[in-house]
Design a protein around this ligand. Structure first.
Ligand code: R5P
Length: 418
């Protein structure tokens, strides 16, 4: 493995994760070509050699290291590695899955992508079938794929799961199972070495693992970058408040309040857990109370995930009733289950909120056409993390966003580089 030609880095996308994997691969290409350019510029200057002949030498060295006789690409240019592993995914009529890896991945550092909340129509069986998968279908297709990767001799297996499935079942009351942990054991027993996820619902899930590691990324910088385009974050006026939508989201929202140097308020919701939330209208929320003041202010709420939308819609309606001028919410993992998008359309028409900022870590084409929805792109962050893990480099500055958030808030000028 060399810095300029990471031929051992392989990306394998399960059907649900294909779209996000493609986005991340674009960024990987960008990262490696930028690194190559920077490094070759510095070396050419330092050794006082012509850059073109230096690039040729680097390519010669890389070609020398590979057993490949039919070497691809122009020898005078940076040659973007082919990260994506070819695979065939078969769905049988009884609902079983099969994954066949079509490229050799023996000894490779394989990153398997899956988006378990991708409920768009997927094309399978070489284009013969179009199907919509449930979360459980996606999990099964992931397990089958991990097994195929292990049998094909991968050196290291990393799951890229922006949504950690069943993360809300991380603690139990009475005779319940610990499903978040059950899935963790399955991954670990299948030989998974590490998992990359986004704003995991509970940090307790990390306790599940004996050998595997979890890298929990945060979308806060990417969210604030979009927020700064619609709100003057540098303003000293007392007209902005961060509101935690419930007690479980306090830490997350405290992070935003501290980073933005704004006050924090909190909603307290009384839930009736004997009721299962059916949709955004029929939720288990019985009453809502506000700690803090939102009157005459822009209220900003951040939550890890949005399912039916019931939690958020109730919170936003309540904040408007309490006198908030504008309500803006940020969601790291926007599932928008069932008819949630239509419910948000209605709430938007009624003026209950101004914008929802959501990441592209969950595939949702329908959302992108909504005036009230702002997509923020986290694929660059995932690409940087993957590249650093591959080269055994530190992730610290990518996991702790406080410095770049401070810079962004001071300047209040978004940059697209991350
Ligand atoms: C709750 O603890 C979570 O952080 C989310 O607020 C909740 O799961 C969202 O679900 P829904 O959109 O169905 O209310």
């Amino acid at each position: 493995m060399t810095y300029s030609e990471p031929t051992d880095l392989a990306v394998l996308a399960c059907p649900g994760g294909e779209s996000f994997a493609d986005e991340v691969i674009k960024h990987l290409n960008h990262i490696y070509s930028r690194r190559f350019r920077q490094k070759s510029d510095v070396l050419a200057k330092r050794y006082e050699v012509d850059r073109t002949s230096l690039v040729k030498d680097i390519n010669f060295y890389n070609d020398l290291l590979t057993s490949d006789i039919c070497i691809r690409g122009d020898i005078t240019k940076f040659r973007a590695p082919d990260f994506k592993v070819k695979a065939r995914f078969t769905w049988f009529m009884n609902g079983e899955f099969k994954t066949e890896i079509l490229d050799c991945i023996r000894g490779k550092d394989v990153f398997i992508f899956q988006d378990v909340e991708n409920h768009q129509e997927l094309v399978l069986n070489d284009g013969k079938n179009k199907l919509t998968f449930s979360v459980n279908d996606h999990i099964m297709s992931l397990l089958v794929t991990i097994d195929a990767v292990r049998h094909a001799g991968a050196a290291r297996i990393t799951l890229v799961l922006p949504v950690y499935p069943y993360s809300r079942q991380h603690k139990k009351k009475g005779r319940e199972g610990l499903t978040a942990s059950l899935l963790g054991h399955l991954y670990e027993n299948l030989g998974v070495n590490q998992i990359i996820t986004l704003d995991i619902h509970s940090r307790e899930i990390e306790n599940t693992f004996h050998k595997a590691r979890i890298e929990n990324l945060h979308a806060s910088y990417q969210i604030i970058r979009e927020l700064s385009k619609i709100v003057d974050l540098a303003s000293e006026a007392d007209d902005f408040v961060v509101v935690s939508p419930d007690t479980g989201a306090v830490d997350r929202n405290k992070f935003y309040a501290t980073g933005l140097k704004k006050p924090l308020a909190m909603l307290y919701k009384e839930r009736d857990y004997s009721v299962i939330t059916q949709n955004a209208h029929t939720t288990n929320i019985k009453s809502v109370k506000l700690l803090g003041d939102v009157r005459g202010k822009v209220a900003f709420l951040a939550d890890d995930m949005l399912g039916t939308g019931g939690t958020l819609l109730k919170a936003m309606e309540f904040l408007k009733e309490q006198g908030a001028t504008k309500v803006i919410a940020a969601i790291s993992l926007p599932f928008f289950t069932g008819d949630a998008i239509e419910r948000f359309d209605e709430a938007y028409k009624q003026g209950n909120f101004f914008r929802i900022i959501g990441t592209n870590a969950v595939y949702h084409e329908k959302l992108l056409s909504r005036e009230w929805y702002i997509k923020t792109n986290v694929s660059g962050l995932f690409a940087q993390v993957i590249s650093r893990l591959h080269h055994n480099q530190s992730l610290s500055d990518l996991l702790d966003n406080r410095n770049i958030i401070e810079k962004l808030v001071k300047q209040d000028k978004p940059t697209e580089s991350e």
